[in-house]
Design a protein around this ligand. Structure first.
Ligand code: AMP
Ligand code: MG
Length: 422
């Protein structure tokens, strides 16, 4: 298979950043803090929300001793000896929700249904399939054990036990689990408000007629979609032209109304000076050249108390920097205790990938099982950082490490699946 050429594009100069991807991520992570605000919602509105306080069980589950099967409840002293058959009188029939108030005498049993409360004087249940029934009399043999087929009160969950820890994103079974405790309202994190705007005189709004030398805004839409997926409330601030006063107003407004600001474009060489000038007074912003491709120029910092991610303009660079930098930070800000970013695995590269040592590259790849059942990965078409299609057809990043150089066909590479998020 031929060597895949990387696209030549404006960001493909042989220029390398000054900060490694890991260092950039670490600097950002240490600068963001968890947003402490929480609110109470009804369980029907709690799906996908982040639990803000642990769920502590107010009851035992099950709340009462009950039968695990349909059968006959007996006292274990009535079990026959080895080789014997015992005859017992059926004195009552109990179903779930209707407890038996009487007590069993020696030689008596009651017919019991799954989930029905055990009579106080019984401790063992014989499955109905293991019983010979003759009217109100049953015969049981000696294969049974004392205490069998009975679920004890509190066997699943003890009253006072921590059932769910704070920081989890609630799933359908967890919603059911909370309901099983009789809890109707839960404390969840108030969503982060994320303001998003695009910058650039060339960027067109959807609905505008195509114009010479202009492009449609894709970054704002991909970013807003990604932010919604992680549970942020999005404040759509549209497109801001490359004009200092308008940019200044937009940053001011965003910092007053949002917990986090995402912009795209305007942080590359030349343009950066411009944004820098606007942000010089308002906040403490770093303009970094990260040793990565795509995504080299990234601005990060705080405008007043609002976290600011100034992502590059190229659409793929936006997605890569969002995934690699913003997601871990959002996880921390949201107080989520499980990672939004997927673990990295190894897979065999189906072809050669040209790579220069000295920067981390995030190629877009398609991860699948090869004929031998092992994971393999191939790049998705042309890899220029403006080619969003490479991303939309991908299900994973092929992560080519800082010191790595060209990968040959069949070699193992690191792969980070998007699964679920992108
Ligand atoms: P910049 O960093 O502003 O120079 O932008 C880098 C490249 O990304 C340029 O080709 C821009 O036209 C493009 N770009 C910037 N913003 C957007 C956007 N919102 N949607 C699509 N492409 C963009
Ligand atoms: Mg621009």
């Amino acid at each position: 298979m031929s060597m895949l050429d990387t696209q030549s594009s404006c960001d493909d100069e042989k220029e390398f950043g000054t900060l490694s991807v890991d260092d950039a991520r670490q600097k950002m992570l240490s600068a963001v803090t968890e947003k402490a605000v929480c609110e109470q919602v009804h369980l029907t509105d709690a799906i996908d929300r982040t639990l803000a306080k642990p769920i502590i069980s107010p009851i035992n589950v099950p709340s009462h001793r009950n039968s695990a099967v349909d059968g006959y409840a007996i006292a274990h002293i009535d079990l026959p000896k080895k080789g014997d058959i015992k005859t017992l009188n059926v004195v009552a029939r109990v179903v779930a929700g209707h407890p038996y108030q009487g007590s069993l005498k020696k030689g008596e049993c009651i017919q019991i249904m799954t989930g029905a409360q055990m009579p106080s004087s019984a401790d063992t249940v014989i499955m109905q399939e293991h019983v010979e029934v003759h009217g109100d009399i049953i015969h049981i043999d000696a294969r049974h054990q004392a205490g069998q087929n009975v679920r004890q009160a509190g066997e699943d969950i003890k009253k006072g036990a921590v059932v769910l820890e704070a920081g989890i994103k609630l799933t359908p079974p967890q919603i059911g689990l909370i309901a099983s405790l009789g809890i109707a309202d839960v404390h969840v994190k108030t969503p982060l408000v994320a303001a998003v705007f695009s910058t650039g005189d060339e960027v067109l709004n959807l609905g505008e007629a195509p114009a010479e030398a202009c492009i449609y805004d894709s970054n704002r839409y991909s970013l807003m979609a990604a932010l919604k997926k992680v549970g942020c409330n999005v404040l759509d601030m549209g497109i801001i032209p490359d004009e200092p006063e308008q940019l200044k107003t937009a940053f001011e407004m965003a910092s007053q109304n949002a917990d986090v600001i995402f912009t795209s474009g305007g942080v590359s060489v030349g343009a950066a000076d411009y944004t820098k000038q606007v942000l010089a007074k308002a906040g403490s912003i770093n303009f970094w050249k990260v040793a990565m491709k795509p995504g080299r120029p990234v601005a990060f910092g705080h405008i007043n108390k609002t976290t600011f991610f100034g992502l590059p303009g190229n659409p793929v660079a936006v997605m890569v920097t969002f995934y690699q930098f913003a997601l871990p930070c959002l996880q921390k800000m949201l107080g989520l205790n499980h990672p939004l970013v997927n673990p990295i695995i190894k897979a065999k590269s189906t072809h050669s990938i040209r790579k220069i040592a000295g920067r981390t590259e995030f190629q877009r790849g398609f991860l699948s099982k090869g004929e031998d059942g092992a994971w393999e990965v191939s790049t998705t078409g042309q890899q220029g950082s403006g080619i969003l299609r490479s991303m939309s057809e991908a299900n994973a990043f092929i992560l080519l490490e800082h010191h790595q150089s060209t990968v040959h066909e069949g070699e193992s590479v690191l792969v980070q699946p998007f699964s679920g998020l992108f």
